[in-house]
Write a protein that binds this ligand. Sequence first.
Ligand code: FAD
Ligand code: NAD
Length: 467
Amino acid sequence: MESFDLAIIGSGPGGYVAAIRAAQLGMKTAIIEKYNTLGGTCLNVGCIPSKALLDSSEHFHNATHNFTEHGIDVDNVRPNIEQMIKRKNEVVEQTCNGIKYLMDKNKIAVFNGLGSFKDSTHISIKDQDGKVTEIEAKKTIIATGSKPNFFPGMEPDKKRIITSTEALSLKEIPKKMIVIGGGVIGLELGSVFGRLGTQVEVVEFASSIIPTMDETMGKELTRVLKKEGFKFHLEHRVKSVVNKGDKVIITALNKKEVEVTFEADYCLVAVGRKPYTDGLNAEAAGVKITDRGQVEVNDYLQTSTPNIYAIGDVVRGAMLAHKAEEEGVFVAEHMAGQKPHMNYNLIPGVVYTWPEVASVGKTEAELVKEGREIKVGSFPIKALGRARASMDTAGLVKVIADSETDEVLGVHMIAPRAADLIMEAVVAMEYRASAEDIARICHPHPTYSEAIKEAALDAFEKRALHI
Ligand code: FAD
Ligand code: NAD
């Protein structure tokens, strides 16, 4: 039986990054993945394929909506869904192959098969042909990720009632799609199809879309997406979804508890994701699972069995690839006796609509609830020269700072390339910058980043320059 210092179950961004860091630190490392490709949800059916389709559909949208204004006349522009999916698949394949290359480069043993604990130091791996291999590992990291969630009555049939996984490989452009859930997946994948001509209607339980982000973001994004043709049914709780062959019927209760029905050719169920531990046989290793299905961990991400750790979507916290990656590094370094640091308050969140939404730190509502004295500054994207040049004028940046110390406590933005812009705020906040610090840094002109400087000036002393 082969023996390892560390075995990692699951090769998503949590697992494969942990493997690389552990190998760098000199551990003899194995990674176990039940599918034939490495990379987990993120690379195969998550972050990467969704962004590939978002980019393709954005090009189509620009060609049909913005090119003429820019002085580019194009005729007969048509979407080719088959080619879009093919390109997306190629991007996924290249990215997954890149992970295999990184495993080989770092001399990490890759086992394809379902990993199951036999006890706290032995794992059996059953491949697709039923062949079982057993390995010994002094330490193990559980990085088994998550799967799409759904509630009773809305079980996906993967034909017309679909999850993000099927939506990423649809063979046709739906005429009408009902999206259950106005969260990240619903709005990103809704955008893909909305731009290609699908009539998209979002049925959301909360009183706003992206309800966990700063309220201003939901309001502005609603405005932008409505202009693109989205319809929103807020404060509607979906009770049932039925596939009638060529259409789906969705029944929801509105806030007055009145039954409302919707009809569409597809229904995308996007009501969150749930941690995945099926087949892991965690009990055999003494690993506790919480009532919510998460692997229970302490502050060092150790499970109830101290030589077994868990990271990423399968534990508490945001279900984000970069959070999983940081936890992978954290755990490998902790195992090696180092003193790593992770600031859960500074994990940025992004929604890849256009414009993108990005945020870091606390929302205004959270700070008010904590009783913090705050000051808020904001700046509209339309006041930037860069925005007028590119015709991307929707959005704003909001900076929240402590009233007394001026320390930045939260930055929220809806802006072109907000996903990249937010890093300025993350770096500033990691070094506990004040709004004045950001405001006094020279920002290149003309860029969207000038809106961050201006919003910081507004938060600091209400003295933005260009408004
Ligand atoms: P996963 O990536 O889920 O990987 C877990 C792996 O473990 C899987 O490959 C699984 O097959 C394997 N596994 C499970 N059990 C076993 C077992 N017993 N034996 C062997 N292998 C096993 N996050 C972002 O930060 N940015 C984005 O833009 C983004 N976009 C997304 C878009 C979509 C449509 C979806 C669905 C998700 C998106 N996410 C995004 C979330 C992101 O994909 C997850 O947060 C991330 O993949 C979690 O990483 P992980 O390593 O914890 O688990
Ligand atoms: P989500 O939690 O973002 O949104 C789910 C939405 O569904 C919520 O707004 C909720 O109020 C609503 N909802 C729940 N039950 C409902 C019901 N019965 N009727 C109507 N609405 C209902 O979840 P998601 O969009 O499925 O995404 C899952 C996870 O994947 C998220 O945690 C997210 O972090 C991750 N993800 C991240 C990205 C990114 O970083 N860009 C992209 C996609 C997914």
